[in-house]
Write a protein that binds this ligand. Structure first.
Ligand SMILES: Cc1cc2nc3c(=O)[nH]c(=O)nc-3n(C[C@H](O)[C@H](O)[C@H](O)COP(=O)(O)O)c2cc1C
Ligand code: SF4
Length: 439
């Protein structure tokens, strides 16, 4: 792999990187100063323009162009309602753990990004919705907000200008559905995290019915870098349609699981073999998820695909959260799918019948296939159930998230699933001692 420029994780390697003192030593809050009090202060429209030029796409899973999303906020002259930024730090997609690193090790980067994003969209406040289990993330980001407030960087008349902005934290309670943007807003408002039907979209009717933009932590974290170095700089890195660097969390059967910063354009094989130390125990890769369990699974022989938004489509999958999950050649696909289906069954909010019933049936059927109680038509039933659950037939995309990996497992490993049913047992031995945490 060629040498490449990094920025996302650079500060995290420095001791006490979470403190304001170290953050400032490393150039922190220079981007905010450039925007507000630089020799030529930037207008909100100029900040949005840089975001558009950067061609950055959201890092929360859907890959929506961020600059374009910010322009959906209504004109403040025509629509003077209060407006908000909601930062999605729920990070519950299985395999995904990148936002946590940023929040724990570089929380001021997120706060600075939030302030600039609020300025650009003329939002009065940012709300950071943090996954409940992320206690250290919560503490570190809250401490960063407190430090920034004491230094005149959060609150009224920031850096002596007429720009005022609050940053608030909100703790989730461990529900995957509260990472879906409208479920997140309902939860933030103190209600049950039930996604809302769209339209209306958050830019028109978001938090408390006011214009709101929802962005992922890593997306917002990129903002100060884009402001300082320019949108063109960001757009010069990566591949067509996928610009910049991304945080790749790689887990499963690799020697060195972790969160790594990489430029778009690297192949999955380079990541597995050169970054993550290869498939563990010298084994081969049987299958992998490119970006969390909501993507379609890809075969191990397709590791040479480039990890970006467009290239993965050629393998019937998508980038998702760039959280690669690697399965070695001794993995049972029936058991992988049993676990995944149980997750979606547990996390469905139950509002839509396809999702409520479908996730439950998928979970039950994968369980019986994996435990040797599969019935003759089970694989066909799974396929037809999943086809009925996706795409776009429900209030939110959780139903699709359950259906997509299911359909990929049937497409790629139908014979293996059928064999479990035929033999009335999973032919792949259960490798108890090989799972981390197993005793
Ligand atoms: C079931 C479900 C769970 C989601 N969980 C998260 C999450 O934990 N974090 C996140 O950033 N986006 C999550 N999303 C995507 C968000 O709805 C939204 O697209 C994203 O926060 C937008 O940020 P971005 O444009 O910066 O990517 C989830 C979506 C669905 C359907
Ligand atoms: S698709 Fe599932 S999780 Fe989403 S709103 Fe409907 S029932 Fe709830």
């Amino acid at each position: 792999m060629n040498k490449f420029e990094t920025w996302l994780l650079d500060r995290t390697k420095v001791a006490n990187s979470h403190t304001l003192a170290v953050y400032k030593q490393l150039g922190g809050y220079h981007a905010l100063a450039k925007v507000l009090t630089g020799a030529k202060p930037m207008t909100p429209a100029e900040v949005i323009n840089e975001m558009k030029l950067s061609e950055i796409r959201g890092r929360g899973g859907a890959g929506f162009p961020t600059g374009m999303k910010w322009t959906f906020m209504p004109d403040p002259v025509k629509d003077p309602r209060p407006r908000y930024l909601a930062i999605n730090a729920d990070e519950s997609e299985p395999g995904t753990c990148k936002d946590r690193v940023l929040m724990e090790k570089d929380p001021h980067g997120l706060v600075e990004g939030a302030l600039i994003a609020c300025y650009a969209m003329r939002a009065q406040a940012a709300y950071i919705y943090v996954r409940g289990e992320y206690r250290l993330s919560y503490q570190r980001v809250q401490a960063a907000i407190d430090e920034a407030r004491a230094a005149g960087l959060v609150g009224k008349n920031i850096l002596g200008t007429d720009f005022s902005c609050e940053v608030h934290m909100h703790k989730g309670a461990g529900a995957y559905i509260c990472g879906e943007e409208t479920g997140l807003m309902e939860s933030l408002e103190g209600k049950r995290g039930h996604p809302r039907p769209k339209p209306p979209f958050p830019a028109a009717f978001g938090l408390w019915g006011q214009p709101t933009t929802v962005n992922n932590v890593e997306t917002i974290f990129n903002v100060p870098f884009i402001v300082l170095r320019g949108g063109a700089w960001h757009a010069s890195i990566g591949t067509k349609g996928s610009k910049g660097n991304f945080l790749c969390g790689i887990s499963g059967h690799v020697e060195k699981p972790g969160v790594y910063e990489l430029p778009f354009g690297v192949t999955a094989r380079e990541i597995v073999e050169q970054v993550a130390g290869g498939v563990w125990k010298g084994r081969k890769c049987k299958a992998w998820f490119p970006g969390g369990s909501s993507c379609a699974m890809v075969k191990g022989e397709d590791l040479d695909v480039v990890l970006d938004h467009d290239s993965l489509k050629t393998k019937g999958s998508s980038l998702g959260t760039a959280a690669m999950i690697i399965f070695d050649d001794q993995t049972s696909i029936a058991r992988v799918m049993e676990i995944i289906a149980r997750f979606y069954d547990h996390e469905s909010c139950g509002q839509c019948s396809q999702c409520r019933e479908g996730t439950q049936w998928l979970s039950q059927i994968f369980h019986r296939i994996a435990t040797g109680h599969g019935q003759e038509d089970d694989v066909a039933t799974i396929e037809s159930l999943a086809k009925g659950m996706a795409p776009g037939k429900t209030i939110c995309a959780l139903s699709d998230a359950a259906a997509i990996p299911t359909l990929s497992a049937v497409r790629l490993f139908k014979d293996e699933l059928l064999e479990c049913v035929r033999q009335k047992r999973d032919p792949i031995p259960y490798p108890r001692v090989e799972y981390a945490g197993a005793h």
